[in-house]
Design a protein around this ligand. Structure first.
Ligand SMILES: Cc1cc2nc3c(=O)[nH]c(=O)nc-3n(C[C@H](O)[C@H](O)[C@H](O)COP(=O)(O)OP(=O)(O)OC[C@H]3O[C@@H](n4cnc5c(N)ncnc54)[C@H](O)[C@@H]3O)c2cc1C
Length: 403
């Protein structure tokens, strides 16, 4: 097993001292110049009107192959992406580790439909698994399942009781690719996360991931599935999976997120007239999210927990659960994670207090990571939330440093 268990935190402080408003710690690894760039980046994407134009423009420019690297790379790319290759991410990984934060290198290619492209993505992801296993600052590997299957096949296999021959064949190819990745992770002793996707692809993904956990999680957690708690059926699914894992004698790996595709899930459900898979409101999502954290920490002997969120309350709540259950802050069965370039105040303050914090660091050529970048820009507009908090903290730190 990869030696992530020996990565001792820098120092210990009492539970009560955790404070997400500590901007000195939050931005400790950022130079004045980095801070300035982050500030202007967030300022720019805080204008919904601008974001409304940026994303369609980027789409058109990349469709007609208009060169956009010169504008994207020093701006949004530099803020949210680690580099074009694994090797290029190393300075970012080391910089994060200087603030006690670990990295997960995420090859952010999505939605490839052609076998050759899918196989190329598989090769790169296998390389990332090997690469991570050799670096103590990279405790996990990760992949996005939709990168390894044709979307139609995933949809049919997830939603149809009687799938056609072609989808069954494609589904089998997908299963083999996932197995190859999990097996490589297992051989290298590096845990691997499998991201969650739209609900209409997820049933088949879940089935295969459970199969992989059955195969590779006999001694400890190597394979993690992702539970999107904005779905009203996920808390129940988590409990069912826990029961299955007990019955079949394997450990459960549970990564929690709220979920990234709410609008299109709701629209599709409405259009196709089936029950909306999403919770009725944000409060219900938050409630189930925190209940899932509680359930898993209380069953920590059999379930390993990965808290993927920018929500301060859920991040703080996890630290309370750790305390209530008499666990160590740096118990390696429990991790918190934020995306690279976002919510530094959570990652770095958790890490400084001795908790396990890790950043999802996407990497890949500019044209491959564009969909990822557009999602980051969209979710950071002032309408959708996050930006004002990020801007406030950046302003505060600039003031503190008298910039
Ligand atoms: C490390 C990491 C890994 C991730 N991996 C994945 C992944 O594999 N799959 C994936 O889908 N997403 C993933 N995400 C994104 C995640 O699902 C969220 O979109 C994002 O983190 C925002 O949620 P939050 O918990 O950070 O913050 P918050 O701002 O507290 O929550 C916002 C979220 O709440 C939910 N929500 C908002 N309004 C409503 C409403 N009216 N009704 C019901 N729910 C509502 C939505 O999910 C929305 O995204 C990941 C995020 C992180 C940090």
């Amino acid at each position: 097993m990869k030696n992530i268990l020996n990565c001792a935190p820098n120092y210990y402080t009492p539970f009560a001292m955790l404070n997400f408003n500590n901007t000195k710690t939050a931005f400790s690894i950022k130079s004045d110049r980095d801070l300035k760039r982050a500030f202007w980046m967030y300022k720019l994407i805080s204008y919904p009107i601008l974001v409304k134009f940026i994303n369609p423009m980027i789409k058109i420019a990349s469709a007609i192959r208009f060169p956009i690297n010169w504008i994207v790379k020093p701006t949004v790319y530099a803020q949210f992406v680690g580099g074009e290759t694994l090797q290029e991410c190393i300075p970012v990984v080391e910089k994060l580790k200087s603030g006690s934060v670990y990295s997960i290198l995420d090859y952010s290619v999505e939605g490839k439909e052609d076998d050759a492209d899918i196989e190329a993505a598989l090769e790169e992801t296998l390389k990332a698994v090997d690469f991570g296993a050799k670096n103590d600052n990279i405790p996990f590997a990760v992949f996005k399942p939709t990168a390894f299957a044709k979307s139609k096949a995933l949809e049919v296999m997830s939603t149809s009781a009687d799938p056609d021959e072609e989808s069954i064949r494609e589904g089998e190819k997908f299963r083999k690719r996932v197995e190859k990745l999990c097996e490589r992770a297992f051989q290298n002793g590096i845990p691997i996360m499998i991201d969650a996707e739209d609900s209409f692809y997820q049933e088949f993904i879940d089935k295969i991931v459970m199969e992989m956990m059955g195969k590779f999680n006999k001694e400890t957690v190597i394979v993690y599935n992702t539970y999107q708690m904005y779905r009203h059926d996920r808390l129940e699914r988590l409990k069912q999976d826990h029961q299955t894992s007990l019955k079949e004698g394997f450990y459960l790996g549970a990564k929690f997120v709220r979920g990234a595709y709410m609008e299109r899930e709701r629209e599709r459900a409405k259009k196709m007239e089936y029950e909306d898979p999403i919770q009725p409101d944000k409060e219900s999502t938050d409630r189930d999210y925190n209940l899932a954290l509680k359930y898993t920490v209380e069953n920590i002997d059999r379930i390993h927990v990965f808290n993927g969120t920018h929500n301060e309350e859920s991040s703080m709540y996890l630290t309370e659960l750790i305390k209530e259950n008499n666990l160590q802050k740096d118990d390696k069965r429990i991790w918190s994670s934020q995306l690279y370039g976002m919510s530094e105040h959570i990652s770095f303050n958790l890490a400084a207090e001795g908790y396990n914090a890790v950043k999802y660091v996407p990497y890949g050529p500019v044209k491959f990571v564009l969909p990822y970048l557009m999602r980051r820009v969209e979710e950071n507009t002032s309408v959708k939330g996050q930006t004002s908090r990020e801007l406030g903290l950046l302003k505060e730190e600039r003031k503190r440093r008298k910039l």
